[in-house]
Ligand binder design. Structure first.
Ligand code: 3PG
Length: 396
């Protein structure tokens, strides 16, 4: 259900769940406001309709405790700057401050409720506890718009339970994310190539297993590639390695072969003696990593092979950096993959989290990709073929 299904919103109190879980530096400055920018179309639509907008969101994992380190204050400030409207930050989520702020809010203004995870009930596994808290949230509003795509995989009070208590709709960001990721995941134009990176293979087991029956080509880079190289019998020195996953990965390699999925692994590797920005970097074949060195990026030959595989695809999904892109000396692989996607005429989707941050940090023009997701875990769960509670509750 789309926002229009909620009818005339003039003067109505609309509760919006956004994902404002943004990265902050030590001084609490927002270092990447992508998620705030992505929330604007929905907020604009509601404000233009004359709604009184009440936003609920989380920041980090404060574990049910009030903790000023996890305050949404930096988000409230940024939101005021980018929307140009008055944003009032309530000091609590459903308490006296929230109620007073909602009461005082005029049409076309925004109230941001303080970090919803300051309340233990938000993430409780106990349905009744969550439902009771969701009822308090629902009491603040006349309608609910779910627009925090990054949290729709969480069965939490402000994402899931509250949608059952108010007339509810999907926001514009959620609609766009589901359309774009859904197109790639459910109905990809072929060849369908998926590029996976990031540090841990254990974070992506379900994704790999699912893609082995869906994708035409699976490209593996980043820290997780070393467990694949180890599964092929290579020494990986002091590189990231998940020994307990080697057998599982061997199974994946065999399944890829059986299913005719082309599996591309790094053929060369940028190594260094330690994990440091200025560590001396050398390139070696991936089967010749010395015992005292660690792989920190894919090598130049691998970049060419991966770029070629991306260039010949019709659908490309990318999730996870190819190396330690935060260090200039080890950013070449991630840069090469981002460049290949940006130059491709295929339908290109970047699954959120680190790879979305990487394209921004590395200075790529975001409009050269078909879609950059704001969801980390949520986009992975879609790739995994899982049902997302925050989406199914809107359909039900
Ligand atoms: C994210 O950053 O991926 C979302 O905001 C979800 O956060 P969570 O993993 O703490 O639930």
């Amino acid at each position: 259900r789309a926002i229009e299904s909620l009818g005339d919103l003039k003067g109505k109190r609309v509760l919006v769940r956004s994902d404002f879980n943004v990265p902050l530096d030590a001084e609490k400055n927002i270092t990447d406001d992508g998620r705030i920018q992505a929330a604007l179309p929905t907020l604009r639509t509601l404000l233009d309709a004359g709604a009184r907008v009440i936003i609920t969101a989380h920041l980090g994992r404060p574990k049910g405790q009030v903790n000023p380190d996890f305050s949404l204050a930096p988000v409230a400030k940024r939101l005021g700057e980018v929307t140009g409207v008055t944003v009032t930050l309530a000091e609590d989520t459903v308490g006296p401050s929230a109620k007073a702020a909602v009461e005082a809010a005029a049409e076309g203004e925004i109230v941001l409720l303080e970090n919803v995870r300051f309340n233990a009930a938000e993430t409780s596994k106990d349905d009744a506890e969550r439902e009771a808290f969701a009822a308090e949230l629902a009491a603040l509003a006349d309608a609910f718009v779910s627009d925090g795509f990054g949290v729709v995989h969480r069965k939490q009070a402000s994402v899931y339970d509250v949608a059952k208590l108010l007339p509810s709709a999907a926001g514009l960001l959620v609609v766009k994310e589901i359309e774009s990721l859904g197109r790639a995941v459910n109905n990809p134009e072929r060849p369908y190539t998926v590029v996976l990176g990031g540090s841990k293979v254990s974070d992506k087991l379900g994704v790999i297993a699912n893609l082995l029956s869906k994708a035409d080509r699976l490209i593996i880079g980043g820290g997780m590639a070393y467990t694949f190289l180890a599964a092929q019998g290579h020494e990986v020195g002091t590189s990231l390695l998940e020994k307990d996953q080697i057998e599982t990965v061997k199974g994946y390699i065999a399944t890829a072969k059986d299913n005719g999925v082309e599996l591309l692994l790094p053929v060369d590797t940028v190594i260094a003696p330690e994990f440091k920005a200025d560590a001396p970097a050398t390139v070696v074949p991936s089967d010749a990593i010395p015992a005292d060195q660690m792989g920190l990026d894919i090598g130049p030959q691998t970049r060419e092979i991966f770029a070629e595989a991306i260039a010949t695809a019709k659908t490309v999904v990318w999730n996870g950096p190819m190396g330690v892109f935060e260090f200039e000396a080890f950013s070449g692989g991630t840069r090469a993959v981002a460049k290949a996607l940006s130059e491709s005429s295929a339908f290109t989707v970047i699954g959120g989290g680190d790879s979305a941050a990487a394209v921004r940090v590395l200075g790529f023009d975001e409009s050269t990709f078909s879609h950059i997701s704001t969801g980390g875990g949520a986009s992975l769960e879609l790739l995994e073929g899982k049902e997302l509670p925050g989406i199914s509750v809107l359909e039900g």
